[in-house]
Design a protein around this ligand. Structure first.
Ligand code: CAA
Length: 257
């Protein structure tokens, strides 16, 4: 896959997509986002891939959308470009997305991490929605996803002051799953991806879908959705194999069907 702004690798049943604009702290320009969405959609259909890690480098996951690219735009330019609409396609990716973040995870970078399903952070990670400092506000999900993750008051403080929080605060506030020493953040994400890749893929897909449903439905609608997905799994070979293997006290062999 010939990309200029991202690097894509595959191993052990998962893929790693690494942002590759280190000179500008992985600022997310339109081209990078086009490549990212394209790569994710291809990996989503790739049977060898059962989880996808998004990462940057030790200094920055991403310091936000590319300010220089947007600086001179008019409102109508922004409306026509509608660049953040592309980000919605990431929400439709069916395979689990793990963000492995270190350093600056700001603005669109924080929003991109929050679009993932799991966030592993290095001790040096710094999270923030600093858009207020450049005369705008979060535009790629920050006001919605951050509020759902940390609650109204902490989200309000971050969005209105633009202040960064440390990895340690982020884990306490429920914004990340786990904080590890910098030398292990990618290793930790890889171990998690490998573990998820060893699970029955259809169950993983339907379980992810059901958890995400909790964000846009009533409890009743969500419970109904969950139950149907649960029943649906009884049409899979992997449900038969999983339950048979349990009773026979052996390791299940998944077919992914
Ligand atoms: N867009 C474009 N370029 C960026 C960038 C961004 N978001 N963030 C950093 N860069 C560039 C800098 O311009 C600089 O490039 P040059 O060497 O060519 O000048 C390079 O990356 C290194 O950055 P700094 O010299 O500023 O590094 P620092 O260590 O002194 O500061 C920082 C780091 C605090 C993260 C600072 O770079 C910064 O504040 N960046 C902007 C953060 C921001 O406001 N993000 C929100 C963007 S808007 C958005 O994301 C909207 C949305 O909702 C999607």
């Amino acid at each position: 896959m010939p990309y200029a702004n991202i690097l894509v690798t595959k191993q052990d049943g998962y893929a790693i997509v690494q942002f590759n604009r280190p000179d500008v702290l992985n600022a997310l320009n339109i081209k990078l986002m086009e490549e990212l969405v394209d790569a994710l959609e291809i990996l989503d259909k790739d049977d060898e891939v059962r989880a996808i890690i998004l990462t940057g480098n030790e200094k920055a996951f991403a310091a936000g959308a590319d300010i220089k690219e947007m600086a001179d735009a008019t409102a109508i330019d922004m409306l026509i470009r509608d660049q953040f609409a592309r980000w919605d396609r990431i929400r439709k990716i069916k395979k689990p997305l793990i963000a492995a973040v270190s350093g600056f995870t700001l603005g669109g970078g924080c929003e991109l991490a929050m679009t993932c399903d799991i966030i592993i952070a290095s001790e040096t990670a710094k999270f923030g929605q600093p858009e207020i400092n450049i005369g705008v506000m979060p535009g790629a999900g920050g006001t919605q996803r951050l509020t759902r993750a940390v609650g109204k008051y902490k989200a309000m403080e971050m969005v209105l002051t633009g202040k960064m929080i440390s990895a340690e605060e982020a884990v306490r506030w429920g914004l990340v799953n786990k904080v590890v020493p910098i030398e292990y953040f990618l290793e930790e994400a890889k171990a998690l991806a490998k573990e998820i890749a060893s699970k029955p893929p259809v169950a993983v897909r339907l379980a992810k879908e059901a958890v995400l449903k909790a964000f846009d439905t009533t409890i009743e609608g969500g419970l109904e959705f969950e139950r149907r997905n649960f029943y649906l799994l009884f049409a899979s070979d992997d449900q038969k194999e999983g339950m048979k293997a349990f009773t026979e006290k052996r390791k299940a062999e998944w077919k992914g069907k």
